[in-house]
Design a protein around this ligand. Sequence first.
Ligand SMILES: C[S@@+](CC[C@H](N)C(=O)[O-])C[C@H]1O[C@@H](n2cnc3c(N)ncnc32)[C@H](O)[C@@H]1O
Length: 450
Amino acid sequence: MRKGKEYEFLIEDIEFPATGVSYADGLKVYIKNSLPGQKVLARLSKKRREYAEAKVIKILEDVDFKREALCPIFKGCGGCSTQDVPYDIQLNLKEKQVLRLFEEANLSGFEYLGIEGSPKEEEYRNKMEFTFGDMEKGGELTLGMHAKGRSFGIITADYCKIVDEDYRNILATVLAYFREKKFSHYRIMSHEGYLRNLVIRKADNTGEILINIVTTSQVEFDFAEITEILKSLNYKGNLVGILHTINDSLSDVVQADKIELLYGRDYIIEEILGLKFKITPFSFFQTNSKGAEKLYSIVKEFLGDSKSKTVFDLYCGTGTIGQIVAPDAEKVIGIELIEEAVKSANENAKLNNLNNCKFIAGDVAKIIKSVKEKPDVIILDPPRPGVHPDALKYVVDFNAPDIIYVSCNPKTLITDLKYLTEQGYKIEKVKVKDMFPHTPHVETVVKLYK
Ligand SMILES: C[S@@+](CC[C@H](N)C(=O)[O-])C[C@H]1O[C@@H](n2cnc3c(N)ncnc32)[C@H](O)[C@@H]1O
């Protein structure tokens, strides 16, 4: 096989994150966007001594379980990858990929509690970050998701089915307004242009909606008219705030140099398992509220009787997990990098009449050294790169009898579990929880004991 040439491959397996696996010329070939059972024509994009990678050009023989996708733009939109696969099969495939990683790392001897699906398969997201752009260079303004398989190109996502009709309505209104005004979108290569993102948050349980229009500072524009238009829309939920954020950063991330409140307030309140959580524009919050209730219930179940226990909630975001377990615990200490999220976490604790919680701002790897309390349980819920090795050493040094690890990336979870098991922890039980239907992502909850 030679790089750049096209070959036929039979997809024999799937590995995390949703990458088809084939074997040819004595090499393992990784092929993204393919499913076990498919025969594909693919171009070899990388060849190493141990493995190769290829990109699908055409599906020659498809699997028989495919269904019609929920969304008419599914084929061109980079947001979802498996809408045309029935949800029970999506779950089987995710479960297989996670368990394979445990097997390969020789992590066994635990109770496996299966995979649990998302309570909602459609309209499950409580946040969406849409991008302004175009489909062809210099073409009509678009607003939505990055187009599938293209480095540039934004496809208008006004049919998006993983959010509800309020999102679709807001998107269509904002796009029509700015198309009429003939504003340009920001171009990442030249750093020129005005419109960057439309970020919508809608709390699934309370219905509160926050709209945030993100632009550069390259144009002076009065947002009064679009604010009034957005206020006058008919919502299923309840519009509580409209923001204009200025972001002049050169990279593609949504961040704020300045936030202007155009209407109402700059946060929404979501209710999770009977508690209230204030969510500010840049705080992390689980994107699937109904799924989060299930995820946190698994954590509570794994925690068991927490009476008179000191619980550490590391990577705590707005303090959700800590506060959900706080009514039964002696004390909760949370650490989180984003100051805004910590401020909300402390406010949330007050709002929920919890006086045994303390949330501290900073990098877990640094702050953890200065915490004097001794935990009975450490809950870890890190971002995708996992727990920083320095932080993991301190976690072990606390010698807590139990650790509960909530992970959104099974690969880094496995690396961290290997370390924890080498340091004397044993895996008691594992449950896989899907929070992200139609995407390769999945959560895993693991309980360890010493
Ligand atoms: C997967 S989220 C979990 C949040 C929370 N447990 C929840 O369920 O809403 C990971 C959190 O870790 C935070 N984070 C990332 N790097 C961090 C670091 N080095 N130290 C502390 N927190 C960090 C992120 O801001 C984010 O809020």
